[in-house]
Design a protein around this ligand. Structure first.
Ligand code: SF4
Length: 220
């Protein structure tokens, strides 16, 4: 029997929680649901303001972070560092508390992921990144005030360029880089994962410096 291809509205910026497009990730969501039925275990929606001027693009939900809580970066080490840094930069207000997410709101920014479902070992496959591009592209297209992007890591950087139909070779990833993309500015940072901070590849000071440049760009 020939199965019909799953139908997803190409202009929709958020995936349905049970998005069927990546069989490996659908199976992984199912495994996680069986093991942890109280976790979110779905395609994690973007979080933040519809009128945001800044969009932060991460890689994918962390297993015990966004995949558990249903909010990008909330509940794991990377989120601890990201939300703390956003608070310090004035891009969030309130209190960062994974047990009480309503205590924190973002200011003039939104956080999303290049891949909306948690991948095994934090490694999405190229086909999965390509599948999820439709949601990132629509997300970019539906933020009317968007001026600045921050890509956390090379995969997010490449996915963002692909979603904007720009050539990767024209905008090589580098920590601290600033790329002019027509009417948008793209900043790059190493991903704020524990692996990168444990190895010293990314320090808190390096991360805060990227946000200092972003807040300066937002003021112009
Ligand atoms: S990663 Fe994206 S495209 Fe793939 S199943 Fe999840 S939401 Fe759908």
């Amino acid at each position: 029997m020939i199965m019909a291809a799953p139908q997803i509205d190409r202009a929709e910026p958020e995936a349905p929680r049970d998005c069927p497009l990546c069989p490996r990730l659908v199976a992984f969501r199912g495994q996680n649901h069986a093991a942890h039925p109280d976790w979110f275990n779905g395609a994690v929606p973007s979080f933040g303001n519809a009128s945001a001027e800044l969009l932060i693009v991460g890689l994918a939900p962390g297993l015990r972070g966004a995949n558990r809580t249903g909010r990008p970066f909330l509940g794991d080490y990377a989120g601890e560092l990201l939300y703390r840094t956003l608070l310090k930069a004035g891009l969030a207000e309130g209190t960062h508390d994974p047990a009480g997410p309503e205590a924190l709101s973002l200011v003039n920014c939104m956080i999303s992921n290049a891949v909306r479902c948690v991948p095994p070992a934090n490694k999405p496959e190229p086909r999965e990144i390509a599948n999820c591009r439709r949601f990132l592209a629509a997300r970019l297209a539906t933020l009317p005030d968007l001026r600045v992007l921050l890509a956390l890591g090379r995969i997010a950087h490449d996915a963002t360029l692909d979603a904007l139909d720009l050539k990767r070779r024209d905008y090589p990833f580098a920590h601290g880089a600033r790329h002019e993309l027509g009417g948008l500015i793209l900043f790059d940072s190493y991903h704020c994962s524990r692996q990168n901070t444990n190895t010293g590849r990314l320090t808190q000071a390096m991360f805060e410096q990227v946000f200092a440049e972003i807040t300066t760009a937002l003021k112009r």
